[in-house]
Ligand binder design. Structure first.
Ligand code: 13P
Ligand code: SF4
Length: 323
C-alpha cells in the first residue's frame, strides 16, 4: 500500500530569526511548568533541549510519571496521543500535528476490525505505532522494548494477531519460536536499508559490529550482531567492546551514541540510493522553531474523545504493568 509522505513543514515565522530560541524555550518550559519529552529520532538540537529523551516505552512511562502541567511531545503523533491517553487532564502539545508514521498510517481501523473479525477468539497485540482507534481494538500494546515479553505472557494455546509491523512480528516469531498472524505493515525508514551496501560497508570495516532495530527487514537482521529497540541499541553501543559500529536505525540515535561513547566510531547504515531516507520524514517535521511556537501558543494540542481514550488506555495499562 503506498504511504503518502508528510506535507512539507510551513516555513517558520521570520520574526523568530532574531530570538535566542534555546533561551526562550527554556524560559517558556519554566513559565508553563512544561516538560519536553523527545524521542531518540529527533534532530540533535531538539534532543539537547529535552528534559527526557527515550524510546517509545520510556517516553510512555515518563508521560505517566510526570507532574508537569504541560507535556510537549517531540516525536510523532501516536506517541503524543499515547501521552494524552495516559494524561487526560494535562495539556499535551506537539511541534507539528502532521508528524505521522507509515506504520500507523498503514493500519486504518476499519480494515483492522475486519481482520480481527476473521480470527475470532484471538488475542490482539498491537505495536504502539498505531492510532488510538486501533489501540482501542487491541488486547495489548507493546513497543520494541517489551514485544517479546508481552507475547510470551499470552497462553501458548491462544492464536495471537500482531499488528502493524510485520518485520517486528517476524523477529518476535523467530526469537520466541511461536507463530503469529501478522498484519502486512512496515516502517518506510527501516525498510530502506540496502543489504548490498551494508555488506560492502562491513567489508570495508571488518572490525565493526552491525546493530539493528527489529523494524528492519529480515535480510538485514540476519547480518546484525545485535538487534534491539533504540534504548537497547544505545546501551549496547556504549557497553560493547567494539570500537566501530554500523547502526541500522533512524540516524538521530547516533547523537546519543556519540555522547555516550565519544571514543567510538558510529556509522549510519546506508539507505538504498543517495537519499537521506534513514531519517524519518515525520520525526524531522519537528524543528526548534516549532517547539518554541508550541510552547508559546500551547498549540497544536492533542484532544481525544473520552470514550475512545478510556478504551485505548486498557491495553496500554496492561503493557505498562508487564514492563
Ligand atoms: P522504539 O522507540 O521502540 O525503539 O521504536 C522506534 C520507532 O520507530 C519509533 O517510531
Ligand atoms: Fe514511524 Fe518508522 Fe518514522 Fe518510527 S521511524 S515514526 S516507525 S515511520
Amino acid at each position: 500500500m503506498p504511504i503518502p509522505l508528510p506535507l512539507a513543514a510551513p516555513s517558520p515565522d521570520p520574526s523568530l530569526a532574531t530570538l535566542d530560541l534555546d533561551a526562550e524555550i527554556r524560559r517558556l518550559k519554566r513559565d508553563r511548568n512544561a516538560v519536553l519529552l523527545a524521542h531518540y529520532y529527533q534532530e540533535s538540537e531538539i534532543q539537547d533541549l529535552g528534559d527526557f529523551i527515550g524510546d517509545s516505552l520510556q517516553l510512555a512511562q515518563e508521560a505517566k510519571r510526570t507532574n508537569a502541567d504541560v507535556i510537549l511531545f517531540a516525536g510523532v503523533h501516536f506517541m503524543a496521543e499515547t501521552a494524552k491517553i495516559l494524561n487526560p487532564d494535562r495539556i499535551v502539545i506537539v511541534p507539528d500535528l502532521g508528524a505521522g508514521c507509515s506504520l500507523a498510517d498503514g493500519c486504518p481501523v476499519e480494515p483492522f476490525r475486519a481482520w480481527k473479525a476473521q480470527h475470532p477468539g484471538s488475542v490482539v497485540v498491537s505495536y504502539i505505532n498505531c492510532s488510538a482507534e486501533v489501540k482501542a481494538e487491541s488486547d495489548y500494546i507493546c513497543t520494541s522494548s517489551n514485544a517479546k515479553r508481552i507475547v510470551e505472557s499470552i497462553p501458548a494455546d491462544r492464536e495471537v494477531l500482531f499488528a502493524p509491523d510485520r518485520n517486528l512480528g517476524r523477529w518476535i516469531e523467530r526469537e520466541i519460536g511461536r507463530k503469529l498472524v501478522l498484519w502486512p505493515g512496515s516502517c518506510q525508514v527501516h525498510e530502506t536499508f540496502s543489504l548490498r551496501k551494508l555488506l560492502e560497508l562491513r567489508a570495508r570495516h571488518p572490525g565493526a559490529k552491525v546493530i539493528a532495530h527489529p523494524e528492519c527487514e529480515e535480510a538485514v537482521l540476519d547480518h546484525a550482531d545485535f538487534i534491539g529497540s533504540t534504548s537497547a541499541l544505545l546501551r549496547y553501543a556504549a557497553q560493547d567492546s567494539a570500537r566501530e559500529l554500523i547502526v541500522a536505525t533512524e540516524e538521530g540515535i547516533l547523537h546519543q551514541m556519540r555522547k555516550a561513547a565519544p571514543e567510538k566510531v558510529f556509522i549510519a547504515a546506508p539507505p538504498d540510493g543517495t537519499c537521506a531516507c534513514n531519517q524519518c520524514p515525520y520525526m524531522r517535521l519537528n524543528t526548534p522553531e516549532k517547539v518554541y511556537l508550541a510552547l508559546r501558543d500551547l498549540q497544536p494540542r492533542l484532544e481525544l474523545d473520552e470514550a475512545l481514550r478510556r478504551r485505548a488506555q486498557v491495553p496500554i495499562d496492561r503493557m505498562l504493568a508487564l514492563s
